[in-house]
Ligand binder design. Structure first.
Ligand code: SF4
Length: 119
């Protein structure tokens, strides 16, 4: 049998959870549509927003652990549970850029790269 111990925490010394530091956490959920949009300009805006987030590595780590099916998490676009690779193709760039080439490239941290399932 387990005994549950309750300890008092001093709110002034408590370390904030990473979610509290999230750049998208405005307390209203007003950005949800942007992060789950299917419009390329919204996806690009969400990825660019994540690029400046101080907790993007934690966010991506959590999304991979939860096997998020959709949305932009940690600067990466998830489609059908896989991260859409944003590698540049070999050879000369096309005269007309593909829409996915216009998306900002947010690097994946080395320690998370082997857990990535890419589409
Ligand atoms: S990386 Fe993007 S989705 Fe994740 S917490 Fe930061 S702003 Fe929000």
């Amino acid at each position: 049998m387990f005994a549950i111990q309750f300890t008092e925490t001093d709110e002034t010394t408590r370390e904030p959870d990473w979610q509290e530091l999230a750049r998208c956490n405005d307390g209203t959920g007003s950005m949800t549509e942007l992060f789950f949009s299917e419009q390329l300009d919204d996806i690009a805006a969400a990825k660019a927003f994540c690029a400046g987030c101080p907790v993007k590595d934690d966010c991506l780590d959590g999304a991979l652990a939860r096997r998020e099916p959709w949305g932009v998490w940690g600067g990466q676009l998830f489609l059908n549970g896989k991260v859409l690779a944003s590698k540049r193709r070999r050879g000369r760039p096309p005269k007309v850029a593909r829409p996915e080439d216009e998306l900002p490239d947010v690097p994946v941290p080395v320690h998370l790269q082997e857990r990535l399932r890419t589409a």
